[in-house]
Design a binder for this molecule. Structure first.
Ligand SMILES: C[S@@+](CC[C@H](N)C(=O)[O-])C[C@H]1O[C@@H](n2cnc3c(N)ncnc32)[C@H](O)[C@@H]1O
Length: 187
């Protein structure tokens, strides 16, 4: 059951089928979070050729912001919603960005074991049908020592954190920032 609503559908009250509306709404409300994620990725200093995947990418805002800043990285995004993936793909094509997008459920990621250098995910986990199963699958695809950063609302992250490190709120942000980060490390 998704953690913030009980409709049994991961469609964000219909918004998953309307990526343009979602993007307009998210661009206003979530821009500081997107900037923070991109800054966090850039600060990590991944080497050229490293692969970064945004899980539950929606219309691909984070990959679209990241790809031009880090042309040496392979930037990819996956999402359950075909409409979101179509929107992300089209937007990246218009900007001539190399970011790649595909439809996938977080519970069945289309990546080999221990193959990714970094996974990010923003405000998606609370829509996952089985968050713990999703986190388990994310861990599977991380290279040993590689990290996954799951940004979401703090009460939700607290419920699923288990033994994983939780930053709540994000370091350097005020106590009332609703967004935290769960950190998974590949083994
Ligand atoms: C609130 S949107 C966030 C989109 C984007 N990460 C952002 O920050 O703008 C949540 C996204 O998670 C996706 N999603 C929900 N359940 C999913 C799952 N099981 N696997 C992959 N994506 C999922 C939805 O389709 C939706 O695009």
């Amino acid at each position: 059951m998704p953690l913030l609503h009980g409709h049994g559908r991961n469609d964000m009250y219909g918004l998953a089928q309307h990526p343009h509306h979602y993007e307009r709404f998210a661009a206003r409300l979530a821009r500081p979070m997107y900037r923070r994620i991109v800054a966090d990725v850039m600060a990590l200093g991944l080497p050229d050729g490293a692969t970064v995947v945004d899980v539950g990418t929606g219309p691909g805002i984070v990959p679209r912001m990241l790809a031009p800043l880090a042309p040496g990285l392979r930037v990819r995004g996956v999402d359950l919603s075909p409409e979101m993936v179509a929107r992300a793909t089209e937007a990246a094509r218009k900007l001539a960005l190399a970011a790649e997008f595909e439809v996938a459920d977080v519970e069945h990621l289309p990546f080999a074991d221990a193959s990714l250098d970094l996974v990010v995910s923003s405000i998606s986990l609370h829509h996952w049908a089985r968050p713990e199963a999703g986190l388990h699958e994310v861990s599977r695809v991380l290279k040993p020592g590689a990290q996954a950063w799951i940004y979401d609302v703090r009460p939700v992250l607290r419920r699923v954190a288990g033994e994983h490190r939780l930053e709540s709120p994000l370091p350097g942000t005020p106590w009332f920032n609703p967004i935290g980060r769960l950190i998974l490390v590949g083994s």
